[in-house]
Each structure stands twice: as structure tokens, then as C-alpha cells.
Ligand binder design. Structure first.
Ligand code: GDP
Ligand code: IMO
Ligand code: MG
Length: 427
């Protein structure tokens, strides 16, 4: 396998974890490079379902190193919960490593996330309330804490003397929260230091050098349309889920990357607020949600559902650097008479047609999808393992999507299980 980045090509929950888990069999190191426990990743293997948030989905294979990179944000309490849940499922963490440069989500980040959402009115983003935005804000404002700070009392103390007076002023005067004492933060940090100790990889430079010529798999979280630069801003997350994010957040630069697999559902879902041109608020959307079990792994919220959108997919191929597509959940359409694909948008104010993605999301309320309708196949795809065995109408649907998006479809997923996969060619 080539060194591969797996990214979401839509608004998250595309089935990235299933694809990462599949490819992880051939990888020597698997790297999470952005995001935090806002992610909810599901892997179904050997009849068991595993849920991941922060831990790379490749952890189910014994041999590969799983590395949580510098571009991530880690909420210690959520990390501990995830670890314990997975341990009780029999997962072992011998190969788990955490970059000392990863950022820490502190309790006040979670409080601020909740407060901001509650007071944002129409600007509410519908975040996962995991403190993601406030943690990244502090990181970029250069007042964040990193994992390495937990292991040097002197550095931590010096840093807190700078950070805390400022942070406390903001917490008290802007949000009306109780300020944190230095002692309280230090005692939290002592607890966090114990928690992370078995996994912190201080010799990460040696590790990455040793694995540079082996097979590297990068696991993205969220999706291109949630990217802080390229997504439906401001209705986005605060990190860079595009392929390029792997080169920033992992510790390897761009030159090691050979392939970017963009994972896309055969339809589109979104959780939280923000524009969604092909959203279906009728019974068809409900049917997709029911058959596809479209409820969030992290928050349990029902996902908004809509038809496949080739406009955002073409955009994702460009800005995500996607070289190959994994098309998932095509089996959800097994019982549909017809399936629609959005090929372009029309502005209902002036009939202007957009075939490229309009980045000003405040005009999206005026956009209507232009659809092409394809016939369904009315048979179950879930036991099919070879492309040749797919019904003609499913092949036509896949060919149409491929034609519209400008990237080859290399993997077709026909069910949640590892086995329920068709490799159109070998990745
Ligand atoms: P991720 O965040 O991109 O890893 O995706 P999630 O795990 O949040 O959501 C994808 C859901 O779809 C999970 O419940 C998967 O088990 C499931 N899934 C993945 N691929 C397929 C597929 O091809 N067909 C069906 N029916 N379910 C799938
Ligand atoms: P995975 O990795 C779907 C969405 C939230 C919200 C916006 C900002 O499972 O695909 P945040 O908490 O990040 O500040 O929320 O981003 N969001 C996701 N939606 N899948 C995810 O992750 C998401 N992570 C964040 O719903 O709209
Ligand atoms: Mg998810």
C-alpha cells in the first residue's frame, strides 16, 4: 500500500473509520493528525462494534503503531473514558503513542464551548460541546497547554503564571465563571500526567524517522466541508481535516504522502447547523436516516440527510487533494426506486447556475439543487464482494458519480462490516 491519508469528503461521518481500519491491515504506523473527541468513528469487525473518538481506528491491529499527532487536541477525561471502554472490549494499547506537542482541552474550554453555543443565538454552530473551538483558539493565541507541559513542573509553573491571569480575567469578566487557582490547575495536570504517561512519546522524532520508509496511514477526522479554511465557515470545526492537514499535524511533511482517499457516502449527512443545499426534510430524508442509522456517534443527534452532492464533492477533490474515492453506504439505497444526484446549483433569485462550489455560504439559502435521476437496483448489495457482480443499475450509478466528481472510485462499501467491501482496484 502507498502512504495514504484517509479524509472525509463531506461533513463528517462518511465511514472514514471503516476505511481506515481496512487499510490499517497494511500499515506500519497510523497517525491521527487533527481534531479531538468531537470525532465519532465506528468500526465493525469480527461481529463486534467499536467506537473511537481520539484513539486511531487502526488500534485493532496488533502490529501497527498508533500515533496521536501534534495537530490534535486531547480532552483527558474523555480520553480516559474511551480507553477504559475499549479496554473492556479487549483492545490493547501497547502500540499507542501520543505526541508531546498535542494540545490539552482544559475544563474551561468545555465550559466556554457550552456558554458560547448557549448565547450565540442565530450564530449557534451546533458543536459537539467537547471544547474543540476554545482549545484551538488558545493554541493559536499561544496560551494553550501541551502534553509536554505536564512533565516539567518548572515549565508548567512559568506558563501558568503567564496564562492564568489572562485566562481568569476572560473567564470571570466575559463569561462570569469562577477563576481557576494555580494550585487547582497544577493538581489537574498531575492527574493528567499520570493518565498520559504510558503513551507519551518523547522520542517521537526517532520513531517517525524509523517509520519513514515503512507504510504510513493518516487518519482524518471530520470532513472537508467542516475544514476551518475551506468548509462552510463559520459552520465548521476548528481544525484542518483536508489532506494537507496530515502534513501539518502528524510530524511528517507532505513529501511522504502518495495517496489521499476521500471517503464519501452515496448520499450526504450533516450534524449541527449550517447550509446543506441537498438536504431532504421530507420522508425521503427520513427513510435515508432510518435505513442508514444516521445518528451521531458522539452526541446521538439525528443527522440531517440529503442526496449526493457532486458540487461539494468536486470541491473536496480539489481542496482535499483527493486522489481516490471510497464510496460508502451505497447499500442504503437497495430499496429505492430512484436515486438523485445533484450536479449543479441554481440561484433562485437570478437563475445563475453554479457548477463550482460557491464559498459564500450566506447565499446558500437561495440555491436549489439541479438533479439527475438514476434508477435504483431494488436488490441487496450487502453480500456482493466483486465489482462485476453488482447489478447494472448500481454500476451505472457508480459510473455517473465517478464521471461527475473527477476522481476514481477505488473502494465501494456495501455494509458496515470490514468484509462488506468491494475494491474496484488495489489501493
Ligand atoms: P466516520 O466518523 O467517518 O468514521 O463515520 P461514523 O462511524 O461516524 O459513521 C458511519 C456509520 O456508517 C457507522 O455506523 C458505520 O458502521 C456505518 N457504515 C460504514 N460504511 C457503511 C456501509 O457501507 N454501509 C452501511 N450500511 N453502513 C456503513
Ligand atoms: P467525525 O470524525 C460530523 C461538527 C459538529 C458541528 C461542527 C463544529 O466523526 O466525522 P466542534 O465540536 O468540532 O466544534 O463542532 O462540526 N462535527 C462533526 N460532524 N462528524 C464529526 O466527526 C464531527 N466533528 C465535528 O456537529 O456542526
Ligand atoms: Mg463520525
Amino acid at each position: 500500500m502507498k502512504n495514504t491519508v484517509v479524509i472525509g469528503a463531506q461533513w463528517g461521518d462518511e465511514g472514514k473509520a471503516k476505511i481506515t481500519d481496512l487499510l490499517a491491515e497494511h500499515a506500519d504506523i497510523i497517525m491521527r493528525y487533527q481534531g479531538g473527541c468531537n470525532a465519532g468513528h465506528t468500526v465493525v469487525a469480527g461481529g463486534k462494534t467499536y467506537k473511537f473518538h481520539m484513539i486511531p481506528s487502526g488500534i485493532l491491529y496488533d502490529k501497527a503503531i498508533c500515533f496521536i499527532g501534534a495537530g490534535t487536541v486531547i480532552h483527558p477525561e474523555s480520553f480516559e473514558r474511551e480507553l477504559n471502554e475499549l479496554k473492556s472490549e479487549g483492545v490493547n494499547f501497547r502500540n499507542l503513542k501520543i505526541s508531546p506537542l498535542a494540545s490539552i482541552t482544559m475544563p474551561y474550554h468545555i465550559e466556554i464551548d457550552g456558554y458560547t453555543e448557549a448565547h450565540a443565538g442565530k450564530g449557534k454552530i451546533g458543536t459537539t460541546k467537547k471544547g474543540i473551538g476554545p482549545t484551538y483558539s488558545d493554541k493559536y493565541a499561544r496560551i494553550g497547554l501541551k502534553i509536554q507541559d505536564l512533565y516539567s513542573y518548572e515549565a508548567l509553573s512559568e506558563k501558568l503564571d503567564i496564562i492564568l491571569p489572562l485566562k481568569n480575567k476572560i473567564l470571570k469578566n466575559v463569561y462570569g465563571f469562577e477563576p481557576y487557582t494555580k494550585e487547582c490547575i497544577i493538581s489537574l495536570c498531575e492527574k493528567y500526567a499520570e493518565l498520559f504517561k504510558p503513551y507519551v512519546c518523547f522520542d517521537w522524532q526517532d520513531l517517525l524517522n524509523r517509520y519513514k520508509d515503512r507504510t504510513i496511514l493518516f487518519e482524518g477526522a471530520q470532513g472537508v466541508m467542516l475544514d476551518v479554511d475551506y468548509g462552510t465557515y463559520p459552520f465548521v470545526t476548528s481544525s484542518s481535516p483536508i489532506g494537507g492537514g496530515a502534513a501539518v499535524g502528524s510530524g511528517y511533511g507532505p513529501s511522504v504522502i502518495n495517496e489521499v482517499v476521500g471517503v464519501s457516502k452515496a448520499y450526504v449527512t450533516r450534524v449541527g447547523e449550517g447550509p446543506f443545499v441537498t438536504e431532504l426534510t421530507d420522508e425521503i430524508g427520513g427513510k435515508i436516516r432510518d435505513i442508514g442509522h444516521e445518528f451521531g456517534v458522539t452526541t446521538g443527534r439525528p443527522r440531517r440527510c440529503g442526496w449526493f452532492d457532486a458540487v461539494i464533492m468536486r470541491y473536496a477533490v480539489l481542496v482535499g487533494g483527493i486522489t481516490k474515492v471510497a464510496l460508502t453506504k451505497i447499500d442504503v439505497f437497495d430499496d429505492f426506486d430512484e436515486i438523485k444526484i445533484c450536479t449543479a446549483y441554481k440561484d433562485c433569485r437570478n437563475d445563475k447556475v453554479y457548477t463550482s462550489y460557491p464559498t459564500d455560504v450566506f447565499i446558500h439559502k437561495y440555491l436549489e439543487p439541479i438533479y439527475e435521476t438514476m434508477p435504483g437496483w431494488k436488490t441487496s448489495l450487502s453480500d456482493i464482494r466483486r465489482y462485476e457482480d453488482l447489478p447494472e443499475n448500481a454500476k451505472k450509478y457508480i459510473a455517473k458519480v465517478e464521471d461527475l466528481i473527477g476522481a476514481p472510485i477505488g473502494i465501494i462499501s456495501v455494509g458496515p462490516d470490514r468484509e462488506q467491501t468491494i475494491f474496484a482496484d488495489s489501493i
